[in-house]
Design a protein around this ligand. Structure first.
Ligand code: B1M
Length: 211
């Protein structure tokens, strides 16, 4: 089997074609999809972030790496979401207002779907009003928010306040996550659950629903 470092390096170098081919080969050879994500793809994105922080990479490189990551994830996502079970809850999921990062959010969507939840993916830059509308009009019973920027974290608090103001806070559980988010922050803003990882979002949703 090929050296899986090829996948890591393809994402790091923003080479979507090689990232896709390496993922296809690894899956065909029977490598666990989550192993690819956790051991090769996410570390590559972390290194991209590190390089960005020390000005070795700039926004164009971030975009190319994100494109390569998405090309590989597109092959993996259907494998994570395959389930024949009845949905156990309806989740309105989005990256909060002002924030355009969606790779982690898309992984969370796949894991929740794989965990038996119906996911209404509201996309990125989702306003508090859009989350409220998803609860009122689409009957979501979980609101799941992702934020990657310290500057957009406060939108999670604003969204919880908007849910209260529109009288639907009691109807839904709120779970949050994303690189800068902590359990302490979740407690501070009154969220019902927090997870550091996409897989953990399923546990957080289950715990919040049964609390
Ligand atoms: Co941006 N970016 N970015 N970026 N970017 C970060 C987040 C940053 C940490 C890089 C750095 O400086 N080291 C930094 C934030 C600093 C801060 O706020 N503290 C940063 C910055 C500064 C910016 C801009 C401001 C840059 C600029 O323009 N000057 C700008 C902001 C744009 C905006 O959003 N308004 C910007 C733009 C971008 C791109 C668009 C170019 C691109 C995103 C493309 C896309 O998503 N479609 C991008 C990227 C790729 C990154 C890094 C390199 C990688 C993010 C990623 O996809 N990681 C990132 C550095 C890093 O994270 N190491 C960085 C992989 C992904 C699988 O992980 O999203 O963390 P993550 O998700 C994880 C967990 O966090 C968790 O599960 C996932 C899997 O386990 N999780 C949840 C996420 N959501 C969850 C929700 C849950 C539960 C778990 O429950 C609901």
């Amino acid at each position: 089997m090929q050296d899986l470092k090829i996948l890591h390096d393809a994402i790091l170098n923003g080479d979507a074609k090689t990232a896709k081919a390496a993922t296809e080969q690894a899956l065909a050879a029977g490598v666990e999809p989550m192993k690819l994500v956790q051991e090769y793809m996410m570390p590559a994105m972390d290194e991209v972030g590190r390089r960005f922080e020390c000005s070795e990479y700039f926004v164009p490189e971030l975009l190319l790496s994100a494109r390569a990551m998405k090309a590989a994830l597109a092959l993996i996502r259907p494998l994570l979401t395959a389930t024949g079970a009845q949905p156990t809850g309806r989740v309105a999921l989005g990256t909060v207002k002002g924030d355009l990062h969606d790779i982690g959010k898309n992984l969370v969507a796949a894991m929740l779907e794989g965990g038996g939840y119906e996911v209404i993916d509201l996309g990125v830059n989702v306003t508090p009003e859009q989350f409220v509308a998803a609860v009122k009009e689409k009957g979501a019973n979980i609101v799941a928010m992702s934020a990657l920027l310290t500057t957009t974290m406060p939108s999670m608090k604003t969204t919880i306040e908007a849910l209260k103001q529109s009288g639907v806070r009691e109807k839904v559980k709120v779970i949050i996550g994303g690189a800068p988010i902590t359990q302490k922050y979740a407690d501070e803003i009154g969220a019902d659950g927090f997870s550091e990882s996409a897989a953990g979002a399923v546990t957080a949703a289950k715990k919040a629903m049964t609390a």
